[in-house]
Design a protein around this ligand. Structure first.
Ligand SMILES: [Mg+2]
Length: 133
């Protein structure tokens, strides 16, 4: 899959890259640091990603702001978007489902648990029929 990762923390980006590499998954990760950059990529005319993995706390444009714009776009709104966060804030969770997320995943702090959880997320999306086709 082509995965658009929207995440401002370089360590988190490395963690996902490392997980994909270690599990020998053949996914292509496109990295962006915030919602603004992500929208620029999505609107650039390049091919769209299969799924979006989205952080919530980011500078400039946070995850919920990005999601709101994405879901108002007639083309981009179909892209499955999964929240990846450490926030257990219930208001965030409700807001995300209200705007329209495909999933909300809390990242475990331990690397082994993170890896196993992310493996399941990617496996699940990999067997799905995806919009991009
Ligand atoms: Mg962040």
């Amino acid at each position: 899959m082509d995965i658009l990762l929207i995440e401002d923390d370089a360590i988190e980006v490395m963690k996902l890259q490392r997980t994909v590499k270690k599990l020998e998954l053949k996914h292509n990760i496109i990295e962006t640091k915030n919602g603004e950059d992500a929208l620029e990529i999505l609107r650039s005319g390049d091919k769209l990603p299969d799924i979006i993995l989205l952080d919530l706390n980011m500078p400039r444009m946070n995850g919920i702001e990005f999601l709101t714009i994405l879901k108002a776009d007639p083309v981009l709104k179909y892209l499955p978007t999964v929240i990846l966060t450490t926030s257990e804030n219930r208001a965030d969770l409700l807001e995300c489902y209200k705007v329209g997320v495909a999933g909300y995943v809390i990242k475990p702090l331990k690397y082994e648990e993170y890896q196993s959880k992310l493996h399941k997320v990617l496996e699940y999306w990999d067997i799905n029929q995806l919009v991009k086709g």
